[in-house]
Design a binder for this molecule. Structure first.
Ligand SMILES: Cc1cc2nc3c(=O)[nH]c(=O)nc-3n(C[C@H](O)[C@H](O)[C@H](O)COP(=O)(O)OP(=O)(O)OC[C@H]3O[C@@H](n4cnc5c(N)ncnc54)[C@H](O)[C@@H]3O)c2cc1C
Length: 413
């Protein structure tokens, strides 16, 4: 039964719950030279720190779900409250006023995998996983990319072969964020090697603890190891865990990818990204004595203006989703405007800090920016590279002719 509760009454209940369970968020005005000077885009933590953070996040997710605030818009039959997006927004705004633990480990599962399960999975799989995903009991990852299939995802080679009521999966995935913390994964496999590449793929939900799954961490250039390569050796998946139709995996993948762009653009809307703020950038310029340099001032103004543009573009596309429409190429524009602004920030930092970015002199708030700069290439690749997003905008928004296909190899002999 769907409840009839006004947004105002719902918000009152939410505030009572939050006040009882969390401390209010205290905005600490960061002063130059005080506290940590780390500025990062990707979290850089040890496995122990990740597990500690996950335990705190899980305890909070379970408490929130059990109190009826975990999945506000979700269908009642899978554990949601089936309330409106206005109720959801009211809860998010209320929770933002309190010191809730970071929910990083759940980002991909709830932002991308859960909406795909809801749209394409069998009732059995929805019953089995959606409640526990939203309650924080389990973590999910996205197993799409392979060593020879990233931008050209449809050329992936991990194969799934039907064997009665099961599928047998063999192959390798790579860059799988959070696989080492995950209980399930959304995997895309080739099920018909003879069909054109987009038409021979099928999606599944795979148990990451199943025999034959081997997860190996990859260390990124910023130091942490938040993603992995994952090997599958004859891993068995029940047919009930198939997402959508056999060989209909491309439609399933598009649901996930659109939600990915929305999650990246929405999570980092605006000037910044990671734990960077415009104020921090301006403070840096001042403390390096460059605040009167006309070129530097122009660069800062450009970043602020483009940050606003990125933020409004993201809000526009989020509004489209909120109105129940499918996210379209706007998401590509939103993500691209964010990463283009990160490049501008990288250029400004290089102008202002010069060699201090590469040699650690111990001076507060200088070398620490190198972590931010080293994180930018990853942001320009994850969720669709800048070049691919340019192609999407050129072809689908501006209506330009399609990119020519690569020239065929001359026939041997
Ligand atoms: C931080 C991070 C987290 C990630 N997490 C996940 C995850 O959880 N799960 C997952 O499945 N994957 C994940 N990925 C992988 C990501 O989806 C791929 O890296 C991305 O799709 C690009 O693929 P690739 O690395 O194979 O590069 P390639 O596709 O090989 O591209 C190499 C270069 O060629 C350019 N290029 C390729 N094709 C074209 C073209 N047609 N026109 C113009 N230029 C082109 C690209 O822009 C790029 O500069 C993650 C990546 C990063 C950086």
């Amino acid at each position: 039964m769907v409840e009839d509760i006004s947004v105002a009454d719902f918000e009152k209940d939410a505030l009572a719950f939050l006040e009882h369970n969390l401390e209010p968020r205290v905005e600490v005005q960061q002063r130059w030279g005080e506290g940590s000077d780390q500025v990062t885009l990707l979290p850089e933590r040890t496995l122990e720190e990740e597990l500690e953070e996950l335990a705190r996040a899980r305890a909070w997710a379970q408490k929130r779900f059990d109190a009826g605030f975990g999945w506000v818009t979700g269908p009642v039959q899978y554990g949601g409250r089936q309330l409106s997006r206005d109720h959801q927004r009211a809860y998010e705004a209320a929770e933002a006023r309190f010191a809730a633990p970071p929910m990083t480990a759940y980002g991909i599962g709830l932002g991308m995998v859960a909406p795909t399960i809801l749209a394409h999975a069998t009732d059995e799989v929805k019953e089995r996983y959606l409640r526990s995903m939203w309650r924080g009991d389990i973590v999910a990852c996205q197993l799409f990319s392979e060593p020879s299939a990233g931008s050209d995802l449809a050329s992936l080679q991990t194969k799934a072969v039907r064997d009665g009521d099961e599928w047998v999966v063999t192959g390798q995935k790579v860059w799988t964020s959070g696989a080492h913390l995950s209980d399930i994964g959304e995997i895309l496999c080739r099920t018909d090697p003879e069909a054109p590449k987009h038409k021979g793929l099928t999606g599944f939900v795979v148990d990451m603890h199943a025999p034959g799954v081997d997860i190996r961490p990859l260390r990124q250039l910023t130091g942490g190891a938040s993603f992995n390569e994952v090997f599958f050796t004859e891993v068995r998946i029940p047919d009930s865990h198939r997402l959508g139709d056999v060989n209909g995996g491309w439609t399933v993948a598009l649901t996930t990818l659109m939600n990915e762009r929305a999650a990246i653009g929405g999570g980092m809307a605006g000037t910044s990204g990671g734990n960077m703020s415009t104020q921090r950038l301006i403070d840096l310029v001042r403390h390096q004595g460059k605040e009167h340099d006309p070129l530097v001032r122009q660069q800062v103004a450009d970043i602020v203006i483009n940050g606003r543009v990125a933020s409004y573009t993201t809000l526009r596309s989020m509004a489209k989703i909120a109105a129940g429409q499918l996210p379209g190429p706007e998401m590509s524009i939103a993500k691209l405007s964010l990463t283009m602004n990160m490049r501008r920030m990288g250029d400004l930092l290089t102008t202002v800090l010069g060699p201090k970015l590469v040699a650690d002199s111990g001076e507060w708030g200088t070398y620490a920016w190198s972590q931010f700069i080293l994180g930018i290439p990853g942001m320009r690749v994850a969720g669709g590279t800048d070049e691919i997003l340019h192609n999407i905008i050129g072809e689908r928004v501006l209506g330009l002719p399609k990119e020519p296909a690569p020239a065929k190899e001359p026939a041997a002999g």
